[in-house]
Design a protein around this ligand. Structure first.
Ligand SMILES: [Zn+2]
Length: 383
């Protein structure tokens, strides 16, 4: 288990973040549980418990989100979600700051070290495999909705004791759309992918499997899907549309939605980056509202929202501020997480250090399965 002391700058950032939230939303500071034993015995996972994880796609800085000047970009988080959540101001990512490898690390609870730009499976078992193997759940009970860039392999690791046949089913909305529209120009704005390295452009290939997902799993006709897609403005809106359809038609107990619009920041246009944040803010609320309104999810679901990592600061000479995440500085590694829903304390802020790898064991403790090979440990405050 890797548990280093957190960096002083990380602690300072976390305290500032806490002040912003306290001032704006009037939140309480929770007691810190530094000395909480690993197994407190306080966990009673309920059999019908569901978990939805949303990654706050691409990461944003506090200046454009939690700081006073940024709060106008995240009105739904500030006014509707954070007051209902337990909020962790210091979630440190000690791994590689590439989106696929970092998101895979969130999903395995281990800092994965594979090449971010290769379509390779995680090496350690994913939360989906732990869940399905331990609780003997069918493939239909764990799903990932993801951008296409490498993420098609995120549902299942190459680990010998887990892997093939035990992972999550992965749905790639852009592939569905490509399959349904045969790459028509009207839909180009929904198919943008991989903002970081234009040279690496994975093929968006729709195939018969995708068409089958559309018809049999999502219960969407091609015509209906195409017509609705024309009303959407971004890839993340497409992902959330598909995720909602999945929640209604399949109702998986473990659902992972990877948002990615904010990462358009790499293009260098500040206004597009801020638009991405505002849209992500709205989509997080939409997902929460779906949880509250769908009988399969209402009253039994815990939702986690967290970024994979942040972005560079303006001060670092080696970085480009909001545009990239190249320096690996403390700022871009000190992220946050909120948990809300069943059993979670509302309106509380915790500023003790947690790690990105703590998510998987926390989900395991909530749902009642073991996550033996991961590096993190359960976040006691939400159990
Ligand atoms: Zn990026």
């Amino acid at each position: 288990m890797v548990h280093l002391e957190s960096h002083p700058l990380s602690q300072r950032l976390s305290r500032t973040r806490r002040e912003f939230l306290r001032d704006a939303a009037g939140l309480t500071l929770g007691s810190t549980l530094f000395s909480a034993p690993l197994f407190s015995g306080a966990r009673f996972p309920s059999p019908g418990r569901k978990v939805v994880v949303v990654t706050f796609g691409g990461g944003a800085r506090d200046q454009e989100t939690f700081a006073p000047e940024g709060q106008e970009n995240i009105p739904h988080l500030m006014k509707e979600l954070i007051p209902r959540a337990s909020f962790f101001t210091q979630v440190v990512n000690r791994g590689i700051l590439g989106h696929y490898v970092a998101t895979a690390s969130l999903a395995t609870g281990v800092y994965e070290t594979f090449n971010n730009f290769a379509a390779t499976p995680p090496e350690s078992p994913t939360v989906f495999e732990y869940f399905r193997k331990d609780l003997k759940r069918p493939a239909s009970d764990a799903w990932v909705v993801a951008p296409s860039n490498g993420f098609n392999r995120i549902g299942e690791s190459s680990h010998r004791q887990y892997g093939p046949g035990l992972g999550a089913r992965v749905i790639l909305p852009k592939h569905l759309l490509t399959a349904a529209t045969a790459g028509k120009k009207d839909y180009e704005h929904l198919l943008r992918d991989n903002y970081e390295t234009p040279l690496y452009a994975p093929e968006l290939s729709g195939n018969p499997f995708e068409m089958q997902q559309l018809a049999e799993i999502l219960k969407l006709s091609v015509e209906e899907f195409k017509a609705h897609a024309l009303t959407l403005s971004s890839p993340d809106e497409l992902s959330v549309y598909i995720a909602r359809q999945l929640m209604r038609q399949v109702g998986p107990s473990l659902l992972w939605i990877t948002l990615h619009d904010i990462d358009i920041a790499h293009a260098g246009a500040y206004s597009l980056y801020v638009d991405g944040i505002r849209r992500t803010d709205r989509l997080c609320l939409e997902i929460w509202k779906t949880i509250e309104s769908e009988p399969e999810y209402a009253g039994r679901t815990t939702m986690f929202i967290l970024p994979d990592f942040g972005r560079d600061g303006d001060e670092d000479a080696g970085g480009n501020g909001f545009q990239h995440h190249r320096t690996g500085d403390v700022l871009s590694r000190t992220t946050w997480m909120m948990a809300l829903g069943t059993g979670v304390r509302q309106g509380v802020v915790y500023d003790r250090a947690a790690q990105s790898t703590d998510l998987v064991p926390t989900i395991g403790a909530l749902m009642g399965f073991s996550t033996g090979l991961c590096q993190g440990r359960p976040i006691q405050e939400v159990l």
